[in-house]
Ligand binder design. Structure first.
Ligand code: NAD
Length: 265
């Protein structure tokens, strides 16, 4: 696949200091792209930048601030080479709560980072790609964009990101820019690991609703992103690609009221 991805130009990764974003930053650096990481975690961002090779840059940037994202986009544009790829991984991961009792300040913050942060990055970098008539954007949705989970700020926000991805795919398609999304299931990144350790996620329940007996790694998500940005995916735009160890297939199947007599795995 490496030689099918146009491995030149700059790859911009929001939230690239940790987890899925960091794995994707490393994947695109390995493909030969110059990587620019935007994140609010300076220490982790500088540590990743040091692993990303020559020309890589870290930009301290809160994606919920449209003007800040635009300033970073202008800086990256001046420094060249042109941005060919944007991956919008910056995001907050919540705990379970009810709609009636949720903390509205936290709700608003989550929308500002997860949804508006995606909008801001897509606008600033997508505009520039459209002018150059070339590029790939991959947003980050979630399995819960397809079905409800009790995460009332996060869940509708991820569904909105999938829909936004479709809108952008149509707006930018005739300008040579493809826009897709990845929808991971549970991926063992720092926020999920912390919640497992705090007893806020149950490993047995988690594994019971997947078809496969393993969860995707951050590198598995990065691989899907690399595929979506490659020429092998030249006819694919506007999709939300589950990278979910079969969660979407299994989650209703495995809860069938008649049970599954041949074993639940
Ligand atoms: N880990 C999972 O199980 C899982 C599942 C589905 C979707 N996702 C999505 O994947 C994306 C990455 O999650 P992760 O698990 O790698 O988490 P992570 O915490 O490891 O990485 C997220 C990064 O985003 C950065 N960030 C947070 N707020 C920011 C802001 N305002 N501006 C810029 N950067 C900011 C963080 O500093 C962090 O480096 C998120 O959008 C998340 O919703 C994760």
């Amino acid at each position: 696949m490496a030689n099918q991805l146009q491995a030149e130009g700059t790859a911009v990764i929001t939230g690239g200091a940790s987890g899925i974003g960091a794995a994707t930053a490393l994947r695109f650096a390995a493909l030969g792209m110059r990587v620019a990481v935007l994140d609010v975690n300076r220490q982790a961002g500088e540590a990743i930048r040091a692993q990303l090779g020559e020309g890589a840059s870290f930009h301290m940037c809160d994606v919920s601030d449209a003007a800040a994202v635009e300033r970073v986009a202008a800086t990256i544009e001046q420094e060249g080479p042109p941005v060919r790829m944007l991956f919008t991984s910056a995001g907050l991961i919540p705990n379970c709560e009810s709609v009636l009792d949720m903390d509205m300040d936290a709700h608003e913050r989550m929308w500002r980072v997860n949804y508006f942060g995606t909008v801001h990055a897509c606008r600033s970098f997508g505009r520039r790609m459209a002018l150059l008539r070339r590029g790939n954007i991959v947003t980050v949705s979630s399995i819960n964009s397809f079905m409800p989970l009790p995460l009332p700020a996060y869940n509708p926000g991820k569904a909105a990101i999938s829909r936004l991805t479709q809108l952008l795919a149509v707006e930018l398609g005739r300008q040579g820019v493809r826009v897709n999304s990845v929808a991971p299931t549970y991926v063992m990144t720092p926020p999920l690991r912390q919640r497992m350790e705090a007893g806020l996620r149950d490993e047995r329940k988690m594994m019971a609703v997947h078809a496969l007996d393993q969860l995707p790694t951050p590198e598995d998500i990065a691989e899907a992103v690399a595929f979506l940005c490659s020429d092998s995916a030249r006819a694919i735009t506007g999709v939300t690609l589950p990278v979910d160890s079969g969660w979407l297939a299994a989650v209703s199947y495995k809860t069938y009221a008649g049970g599954v007599p041949w074993g639940e795995g």
